[in-house]
Design a binder for this molecule. Structure first.
Ligand code: ATP
Ligand code: MG
Length: 414
């Protein structure tokens, strides 16, 4: 029997670098997780490299951690690209079908997607993904996969995700210098969505909200396909900063206090309950009101969801997504957060635990691992080809943005 293929997801976030290693055998499309690695994101800030040496060392540490657990060397990874530099927009492309019989082929899909890219993208931005949302053949709209149909005019509605060239290149450079090649670079929020959403949720209309450290990324799906992605430059780090300012304590103490005593339910705490800061820091000696802490936390999360609401309003989906909100990212683990999200967004809310994988489950059955697991899901769904890895030399061309598109289109077939 052929040796199972090793697939690795590497999620470089602004607070943590997460590696997940899985095996995939020929028959199964469910990743079997055999190794997990975790390191601090020193050397990176809000998705940008600020210290190359430190970033490489931390990426290496996360990879080595996962290699040790998996007992397998890592040679290449699917890389999740996140951060506040990610932008997205929708674009249309139109082409004429001129070959005999006017039957639409896969080449026509490539051509029409290329036409959709022919928009003014600033020189400092690079396309990370082009996702066909729907096709129109002559006057017939809402077609998911037009190959084999006959027509004269083919139009595509596409969603294009871009990143800052230098930011993406610097991250890729650090990964390559950590000694691994990159199979593909995928916007983190698209990967996370693959891990936590069901086909039905995507069909009904749903928003994934990934609350990371430096920012909150969202992806809206409807009728089985992506409608919009956006990044809000406020994440759980801002909650920590507010706690530090509000309690007049250091960022490190504020983070520890937030994780240990934090919640979004002030009514469950009496006014008299206090927290002794001396147990978190040698400098801070005062006692603080627990209710005050919770009010600070709740206020910032409420603000994050108001910003999500604004993004939904821009696409006329405020309060209008039947499958509601799915929260991911470690920032979503704050007790009581589901209620804050539900009250602010007027939608049903749930925490998005990564699904559809086997193996080392206890460590990663956690919304913080949605992006890392989603990279594996992405690999199995859209890149399922035997060891067709891309080396450091051939990686980085615009063509990469196309990879998996046809597979994607097939996926969204009814
Ligand atoms: N148990 C918890 N409860 C509440 N918040 C938490 C918990 N654990 C971690 N956090 C917060 O989550 C944030 C980190 O989230 P996450 O690890 O998803 O970020 P990241 O992926 O590294 O960053 P980004 O996605 O922004 O690049 C930190 O601000 C941390 O304070
Ligand atoms: Mg993240």
């Amino acid at each position: 029997m052929a040796k199972p293929r090793i697939v690795v997801g590497l999620d470089i976030g602004s607070s943590k670098i997460r590696t997940v290693v899985c095996t995939l055998d020929e028959k199964s499309t469910t990743p079997n997780v055999i190794g997990v690695g975790l390191a601090q994101s020193g050397g990176l800030r809000k998705g940008q490299v600020i210290d190359v040496e430190e970033a490489i060392s931390n990426i290496t540490s996360s990879l080595e951690d996962a290699e040790r657990m998996a007992g397998e060397p890592i040679h290449h990874v699917f890389l999740g690209i996140s951060g506040n530099h990610i932008e997205a927009f929708n674009s249309k492309g139109v082409i004429a079908i001129s070959h005999p019989g006017n039957e639409i082929t896969e080449e026509d899909i490539d051509r029409v997607l290329e036409a959709a890219q022919a928009v003014a993208i600033p020189n400092n931005r690079r396309i990370l993904r082009i996702i066909p949302k729907s096709f129109t053949v002559d006057e017939q709209r809402g077609i998911k996969y037009p190959v084999g149909m006959t027509g004269i005019r083919l139009e595509v509605d596409a969603h294009i995700v871009t990143g800052l060239v230098t930011t993406v290149r610097n991250i890729e450079k650090c990964v390559l210098q950590a000694g691994v090649d990159i199979d593909d670079a995928i916007p983190g929020i698209l990967a996370a969505s693959e891990a936590v959403l069901t086909k039905r949720q995507k069909e009904l209309g749903v928003v994934v909200v990934d609350i990371g450290s430096g920012g909150t990324s969202i992806a809206v799906f409807e009728e089985g396909t992506i409608l919009q992605t956006a990044v809000i430059p406020v994440g759980a780090e801002s909650v920590t900063n507010d706690v530090a300012i509000g309690l007049r304590t250091s960022i490190d103490s504020a983070e520890k206090i937030k994780i240990e005593y934090g919640s979004c339910i002030p009514d469950e705490v009496s006014d008299r309950e206090t927290i002794d800061l001396a147990s978190f820091s040698k400098i801070d000696m005062q006692k603080i009101s627990k209710r005050h802490l919770i009010e600070i936390i709740e206020a910032r999360y409420h603000e994050i969801f108001l910003l999500v609401k604004e993004e939904l309003a821009k696409i006329h989906r405020d309060g209008m997504l039947p499958a509601g909100v799915v929260l991911t990212g470690a920032g979503s683990k704050m007790p009581g957060l589901v209620d804050v999200a539900r009250d602010t967004l007027n939608l049903p809310v749930q925490i998005g635990f990564p699904q559809n994988f086997e193996g080392v489950v206890d460590k990663i059955e956690d919304p913080a691992y949605a992006t890392a697991i989603g990279l594996l899901t992405w690999a199995t769904k859209f890149e399922a080809r035997p060891f067709g890895g891309v080396s450091s030399r051939s990686f980085g061309g615009i063509k990469k943005a196309f990879s998996g598109i046809k597979d994607w289109a097939k996926q969204i077939l009814p």
